[in-house]
Design a protein around this ligand. Structure first.
Ligand code: HEC
Ligand code: HEC
Length: 269
C-alpha cells in the first residue's frame, strides 16, 4: 500500500473532500452569479426611497409629519400608496400652498424622477395602491371595433358611477360645502386611473373589485373619446346641463319675447 492510498482511506478524507467541493462551488457561484442586476436594482430602489425621504422632509413634513404620520395640517400618508402621491403631486395638488377647502390642481412642482422618489418613500411607509400598469392607462386605439365597444361600455360605467358628481359629459359640478368635482378634460389617463383607485377628498375609492382594471381602462377610453368628440348638437353651453341651458332659454328666449312685445306695441301705436 503506498502513501496516497493510505491517506485516501483516512477517516478525515471525506470531510476534506466535501469542504473542498463546497468551497469551489461557492467561490465559482459568487464569482459567476449575475450579481449586478439584482443588487443594482435594490440599491437604486433604496436610493429612490432615501432621496424621496429628503424631498419629503423639505416639502411635505410640515403638514404630513416627519414620518408621514400626519399633523393637524395634513392627514397621515401611511398606506395611501404610491398612486396617491403620483396623483396628488403629479397634478400639482401637493404640496398644498396653504389651508384651503379643497386642494385644486395646480402647477406641478417636481419632475418625474422626484415624484417617483416621493412616491417610493411614501409607499415604503405602508402598503397602498401602486402606480398603475401602463397597459391599463393607455387609451384603446380609437376607430377599431374594440374601441367602439369599450367606449360604449365605459360611458355606461361613467354614467352609473361618476356622472352624479362630474356631470354626464365630465364637465364637473358643484358639491356641498364649497367643494366641487372638477372637469375631467385634459386629465392624463394615468391620473384618471389614480383618482379612481385613491379617491381624492370627497371622491369615493373605486378599488379593483368595484371596477376592474379593464373597466377603468374603458372609462379612460370613454373620457378620451368625449374630449376628442366634435359636438354635433349646436352650442354646448359648457355641457353644464339644465342650469346653463335654462339660463340660456331665460335670457335669450325672454329677451326675444320682450323684443316682440315692444315691437308689436310700437306697431300698434
Ligand atoms: C400646507 C400643508 C400641506 C403640504 C405642504 C403638503 N400637504 Fe399633502 N395634504 C394636505 C392636506 C390638508 C391634505 C388632505 C386634503 C386634500 O386631500 O385635499 C393632503 C393630502 C395629501 C395626499 C392624499 C392623501 C390621501 O388620503 O390619499 C397626499 C398623497 C399628499 N397630501 C402628499 C403630499 C406630498 C408628497 C407633499 C410634499 C410634496 C405634500 N402632500 C405637502 C396638506 C399638505
Ligand atoms: C361623490 C362625488 C364623486 C364621484 C362619484 C366621482 N368623483 Fe371624481 N372627483 C370628485 C372630487 C370632489 C374630486 C376632486 C378631488 C380633489 O380635487 O382633490 C374628483 C377628482 C377626480 C379626478 C381628478 C381631476 C383633476 O382635475 O385632476 C378624476 C380624473 C376623477 N375624479 C374621475 C372620476 C371617475 C372616473 C369617477 C367614476 C368612476 C369619479 N371621478 C367619481 C368627486 C367624485
Amino acid at each position: 500500500m503506498n502513501a496516497l492510498a493510505a491517506r485516501r482511506r483516512h477517516p478525515a478524507a471525506i470531510a476534506v473532500l466535501l469542504l473542498l467541493g463546497l468551497l469551489v462551488t461557492g467561490g465559482a457561484y459568487s464569482f459567476l452569479a449575475p450579481k449586478d442586476a439584482n443588487a443594482a436594482a435594490q440599491s437604486a430602489a433604496a436610493d429612490d426611497v432615501a432621496n424621496g425621504k429628503d424631498l419629503f422632509i423639505a416639502n411635505c413634513a410640515t403638514c404630513h409629519g416627519i414620518n408621514g404620520q400626519g399633523t393637524k395640517s395634513g392627514p397621515s400618508l401611511v398606506g395611501v400608496g404610491a398612486a396617491s402621491v403620483d396623483f396628488q403631486v403629479g397634478t400639482g395638488r401637493m404640496p398644498l400652498p396653504g389651508p384651503n377647502v379643497q386642494a385644486p390642481d395646480n402647477k406641478v412642482k417636481f419632475d418625474e424622477q422626484e415624484i417617483s422618489d416621493l412616491a417610493a418613500y411614501v409607499a415604503s411607509l405602508g402598503p397602498g395602491p401602486a402606480v398603475p400598469e401602463e397597459k391599463y392607462t393607455t387609451v384603446i386605439k380609437p376607430g377599431t371595433p374594440e374601441a367602439n365597444k369599450a367606449i360604449a361600455e365605459g360611458g355606461e360605467i361613467f354614467r352609473v358611477n361618476c356622472a352624479m358628481c362630474h356631470n354626464f359629459a365630465g364637465a364637473g359640478g358643484a358639491l356641498t360645502r364649497g367643494k366641487y368635482a372638477p372637469p375631467l378634460d385634459g386629465v392624463s389617463p394615468k391620473h384618471i386611473y389614480e383618482a379612481m383607485v385613491t379617491g381624492p377628498q370627497s371622491m369615493p375609492v373605486f378599488n379593483d373589485s368595484n371596477l376592474t382594471p379593464e373597466a377603468k381602462q374603458k372609462v379612460i377610453s370613454y373620457l378620451s373619446a368625449q374630449e376628442n368628440q366634435t359636438n354635433v348638437g349646436g352650442l354646448t353651453l359648457g355641457n353644464l346641463g339644465p342650469v346653463s341651458e335654462g339660463l340660456f332659454a331665460w335670457i335669450f328666449g325672454l329677451g326675444i319675447l320682450i323684443g316682440c312685445a315692444v315691437w308689436l306695441g310700437k306697431k300698434a301705436a
